[in-house]
Every structure is written in structure tokens, then in C-alpha cells.
Design a protein around this ligand. Structure first.
Ligand code: ATP
Length: 301
């Protein structure tokens, strides 16, 4: 019988190896900041960023020809400003982020960073100035140190540790028996959603971009972890231009400005207090989320 099972064992191993290889490849493609949809203009030059402003100027975009998602979206973000982007599901928040990182080009209007149309600069230089902390970060099957260092080639150990401290994950890493050499990912230590997001923040800190786009997790984190991450992001945001896509309004109530997107249009914009006073979509979303939170805390009692 063992004779019979040995080839099956082998097959299982081969299958697992191939499957793991495919996972590694898929992760690599997700992480590689390249897009097949856009290419550098023949005369593209490196983006020289003096003031990290972000402007969407009448941006029109749809993934498919017959379905426009953003209908002439315009807004401007000042250098160093902390802006939140909120709105109902499907409003176009993630789409806006993908356009900013130039995974796609708009079909109408333009996007300017530091006053330059992002289509006129090299993708590599554009992406070196923008850091993205995604909702669900992908980790390489490698050490936690390597996963942070991925933010910048040639980073020293000291720089990696400083980034980990900035992302408030250094203590956690130092308590692991193998510290920065601990293997993570599919084959190693499984990190929680909050820990993964901290690795992504550390990666971004190491890259040290002038503009950070933070895509808040929809539901993965418990409220304590969420508050910790929000506090970390707040300190990271100092002296940088940050755009935060937020699902829970409470995490961005203190943003310099909140942009409310609805069905691919800018519905409202202002501070939390302004928007509550307007009594529009934001105020409605706020009231609903507050009621949900009260329900939740009632249920917890
Ligand atoms: P959520 O808060 O649920 O994440 P969102 O505001 O980020 O929503 P988007 O993800 O930008 O919304 O999606 C806007 C619209 O674009 C949706 O109707 C969605 O179905 C569509 N869409 C998103 N990605 C693609 C894609 N790759 N191909 C085609 N349509 C897409």
C-alpha cells in the first residue's frame, strides 16, 4: 500500500510547490508597480516634485467603453494637506486611487501632481513619489525584514528598524524569537490584518514618498487595532500630503478636508463640522454610522 501512496505523495508535493510558485508570482505582480494599461510618453521625463499637490481636473473615466465611473471629477489637494475621501460603496474611491497611481489613464480631463500632468512623466518616477498603504497588503514568503525593505532597494538594517518604529511594529518584531529574520507569509508566521497593515506602513515610510494614499480596511480590523493604526497614520501624515480612503467616518473626522464622492461625482467637500452643518450626504452617513456603533455597543453589553 505504501508503494501505491508514494507517487501520490510526490504528486501532492509537486502540486504544492507549483501552487506556491503561482501564489508567489501573483503576489509579485500585485506588488510590482507596473501596469499593462499605460505606457510612458516618448518624451516622458522624471517627475521633479517641489510641492506635493494633487489636482483632479474634470477627470472622466470608465473601465469599459459604455460605462463611465467618474463623470468629470475635480478637486485640488494642497501640499501637506490631510484629505479624506468618503462616499457610498461603488462611488469611485478606489478608482480614483488607481488613476492617481496611473494604473489607468482618464478618458477625459487630467491629473496633476506638483503641477505636472502625470501622463507626461515616467511611471517609475511618479510611483516613487507616491506611497500606497492598501487595504489588504500582500506579503512575500520571506522574512519580515525583507518585506519591509521591499519599500526601498538597498535599505540598511538601521533604516528598516526606524521604519518599523515609525509604523509601531518594531516592538512586535523584536519580541519574535528570530526578530527581523522571522519568515512570514504563506509558509511562515501568519500576521493579523493590523500587523500586515503596519508592515505596509513601514514599507511606505522606508520609501519616504511625499504623497501617501491610505486605503482603510473595510472591516478586517477590530476597533482597538483600528484606532492604533489611525494614530500611527496620523503621525506618518505629518509633513506629507495624504489621501485616506475611509469607510468609517469616525477615523477621518479630524482630516483637514473631507471629499464626499457619490456616483463618480464630488457631492460635498469641507471639514467634518462644515459637512455636518450642511446636512447632506455626509451628515446622513455620519448619523447612520453613529447609530450602528450604538447598536453594536448595546449588543456588546
Ligand atoms: P467601495 O467603498 O465599495 O470600495 P469604491 O467607492 O471604492 O467602493 P470603486 O471600487 O472605485 O468604488 O468602483 C466604482 C465602480 O467601478 C463600481 O461600480 C465598480 O463595479 C466599478 N469597477 C471597479 N473596478 C472595476 C474593474 N476593474 N472593471 C470594471 N469595473 C470596475
Amino acid at each position: 500500500l505504501t508503494q501505491l501512496f508514494r507517487p501520490l505523495d510526490m504528486l501532492g508535493m509537486v502540486y504544492r510547490t507549483i501552487r506556491q510558485g503561482l501564489i508567489d508570482m501573483a503576489e509579485m505582480f500585485k506588488l510590482m508597480d507596473t501596469s499593462v494599461e499605460v505606457s510612458d510618453a516618448p518624451n516622458a521625463h522624471a517627475l521633479d516634485l517641489r510641492r506635493a499637490t494633487v489636482v483632479f481636473d474634470k477627470v472622466r473615466f470608465g473601465y469599459e467603453d459604455n460605462r463611465e465611473i467618474l463623470h468629470g471629477l475635480s478637486f485640488a489637494v494642497e501640499a501637506g494637506e490631510r484629505v479624506a475621501i468618503v462616499g457610498p460603496s461603488g462611488a469611485g474611491k478606489s478608482t480614483l486611487a488607481r488613476l492617481l497611481f496611473r494604473f489607468y489613464d482618464p478618458q477625459g480631463g487630467r491629473i496633476l501632481i506638483g503641477g505636472k500632468d502625470i501622463r507626461s512623466v515616467t511611471q517609475e518616477s511618479l510611483r516613487s513619489h507616491i506611497g500606497i498603504v492598501p487595504q489588504d497588503s500582500v506579503l512575500f514568503n520571506d522574512t519580515i525584514g525583507y518585506n519591509i525593505a521591499y519599500g526601498r532597494e538597498g535599505a540598511t538594517r538601521g533604516e528598516i528598524e526606524a521604519a518599523a518604529r515609525g509604523a509601531a511594529i518594531a516592538d512586535f518584531i523584536e519580541r519574535l524569537p528570530e526578530g527581523y529574520e522571522t519568515e512570514v507569509g504563506e509558509r511562515g508566521l501568519k500576521l493579523s490584518g493590523g500587523e500586515k497593515q503596519r508592515v505596509a506602513i513601514a514599507r511606505t515610510l522606508l520609501k519616504n514618498p511625499e504623497i501617501i494614499l491610505f486605503d482603510e480596511a473595510t472591516s478586517a480590523l477590530d476597533s482597538r487595532t483600528e484606532q492604533d493604526i489611525v494614530a500611527t497614520m496620523r503621525s506618518v501624515a505629518r509633513s506629507r500630503t495624504t489621501l485616506t480612503i475611509a469607510h468609517r467616518l469616525s477615523t477621518v473626522a479630524d482630516a483637514d478636508r473631507i471629499l464626499v464622492l457619490d456616483q463618480g461625482r464630488l457631492a460635498e467637500s469641507g471639514s467634518h463640522a462644515d459637512l455636518l452643518a450642511q446636512g447632506g450626504l455626509y451628515a446622513e452617513m455620519w448619523t447612520r454610522q453613529q447609530a450602528e456603533r450604538e447598536d453594536l455597543s448595546d449588543a456588546a453589553e
